[in-house]
Design a protein around this ligand. Structure first.
Ligand code: SF4
Length: 60
């Protein structure tokens, strides 16, 4: 059975990263907050969510 559930989500944050523990069944983010990093980013692909946490690997 899917680990994904509905949680309180960050309003306005949609995310397709289904492998992240914070990603909900409707592809929103259920983290309390997120941090997007890479100060040298010049393209979308170079930005990344540092709050990302692979399912089953993070304890909090
Ligand atoms: S923590 Fe980042 S990668 Fe994970 S669901 Fe939220 S926005 Fe997506």
């Amino acid at each position: 059975m899917s680990e994904k559930k509905h949680h309180e989500t960050i309003h306005g944050v949609a995310c397709d990263v289904s492998g992240c523990k914070y990603n909900t069944i409707d592809y929103k983010c259920s983290a309390n907050k997120i941090s997007v990093q890479n100060e040298r980013a010049s393209t979308k692909g170079e930005t990344y969510c540092s709050t990302f946490c692979p399912r089953g690997t993070c304890s909090d």
